[in-house]
Design a protein around this ligand. Structure first.
Ligand code: PLP
Length: 396
């Protein structure tokens, strides 16, 4: 089937968080390019699977079918050479839900959890809402590209005996791979070095790989846990079909936890039956089994959107700089040259450019002066948004 991603599908008045948000942004005439879902329909086999399940009129408690476990096992082997066992898979009602369970399972209040900002902001909530402390290992940025600062990371595990004294309580690290919002797809070498530090310090590595299939650069995604057997035992990997196939509203995702003891701890920390639902299971299985034709077309459309967006800004909006994503459909744009404070920039984007974006400061240190754009929309919408932005910058 040929998908036409140029089609504009009206999402207003559909209870869409992205489009029905006037109370958040103060206006209902903005072009919405914030929050990470796509303005494209899901793959046709997914829609069919949900309709079929809906036809059967009993919606009682359910559990994931064996065929879903098999679809996951097969896909991870086919795409990443990762041989997992069915028993390692634990379903969660969304990745963020799973992150909360991971912090609850493996930390005590007061423990430290490392994040690498600027980073997906619900990481902070999952840590703080469980009574833990956020420890920043800032990404290094040379104006073009972000990298992990592994020397600084090592330091975080070491006690400091001179004033101010520090006794580290680092229990866990949240890795965002590919990284939202800066769009890096971490290389095998980077992940190997990071993994070595976690293993050496007995730090639980939580690898959020929800954007794993959304590769828009000339790169390959490496599953962190495939680096070594040792690291596999030290890692909790979160994945989902929700970004790739636009299923976030179905709140179904899974963790892969090879360490038997950790898996039991994780399962007992989940709240009640909070582990997905049968529409989500049906959709996930259909996407993994029959979604590749869609994904192929989607990626070529997204890559063209990234090119269009980058070329437009490079050629027509001087002063702004796109950090070209390697993965995700999100573009991180450096607007520091506009010389505005974080709040001035927020108001400028909303009131003058009339766009709803994610403000950089929400992603933690290093985010001030940046804005995150969601490029998963029809190209004509992207063009209209860029024209608004261009005009607003011209009028400054
Ligand atoms: C890195 C990352 N993790 C998790 C999520 C959300 O996952 P879920 O909707 O399954 O909780 C997102 C959504 O943008 C994300 O970018």
């Amino acid at each position: 089937m040929i998908y036409n991603f140029d089609d504009i599908i009206n999402r207003k008045n559909t209870n869409s968080r992205k489009w029905d948000n006037a109370q958040l942004f103060g206006s209902d005439d903005l072009i919405n390019m914030w929050i990470a879902d796509m303005d494209f329909p899901s793959p046709e086999p997914v829609v069919k699977a949900i309709k079929e399940r809906a036809e059967y009129p009993i919606y009682g408690y359910s559990f994931p079918p064996d065929s879903l476990y098999e679809a996951i096992v097969e896909r991870l082997y086919r795409n990443y050479g990762w041989k997992i066992k069915k028993e390692w898979i634990v379903f969660t009602a969304g990745v963020v839900n799973g992150l909360y369970s991971a912090v609850k399972a493996f930390t005590y209040p007061g423990d430290e959890v490392v994040v690498q900002p600027p980073v997906y902001y619900p990481f902070y909530n999952a840590i703080r809402d469980n009574g833990c402390q956020v420890l920043h290992n800032h990404l290094a940025f040379d104006g073009e590209r972000y990298t992990m600062d592994l020397n600084k990371l090592e330091e975080l595990f070491k006690p400091v005996t001179s004033f101010p004294v520090r006794v580290p309580r680092v229990k866990m690290l949240f890795l965002c791979s590919p990284h939202n919002p800066v769009g890096r797809v971490w290389s095998r070498e980077e992940l190997t070095a990071l993994g070595r530090i976690c293993v050496k310090n007995n730090c639980v590595l939580v690898s959020d790989e929800i954007h794993n299939e959304l590769l828009v650069g000339d790169v390959k995604h490496t599953v962190t846990a495939t680096i070594s057997r040792e690291l596999e035992q030290q890692t909790i990997t979160f994945m989902s079909a929700s970004k790739t196939f636009n299923l976030a509203g179905l709140a179904t995702s899974f963790a892969v936890i090879p360490n038997d003891y950790w898996r039991k701890e994780f399962i007992s920390s989940r709240a009640g039956h909070n582990s997905g639902n049968f529409f989500g299971f049906a959709a996930l299985e259909a996407a993994f089994r029959y979604g590749d034709e869609y994904l192929h077309q989607l990626l070529s459309y997204l890559r063209a959107n990234v090119r269009f967006f980058t070329d437009y800004i490079d050629n027509k909006i001087p002063g702004l700089k796109v950090i070209k994503p390697e993965g995700t459909y999100l573009a991180w744009v450096d607007m520091r040259n506009l010389g505005m404070s974080a709040l001035e920039l927020r108001d400028f984007i909303r009131c003058k450019a009339r766009l709803a974006l994610d403000d950089g400061y929400a992603f933690g240190p290093g985010g001030d002066g940046f804005q995150r754009f969601n490029l998963a929309c029809p190209r004509i919408v992207l063009q209209q948004a860029l024209e608004r932005l261009e005009q607003a910058v011209e009028e400054l």
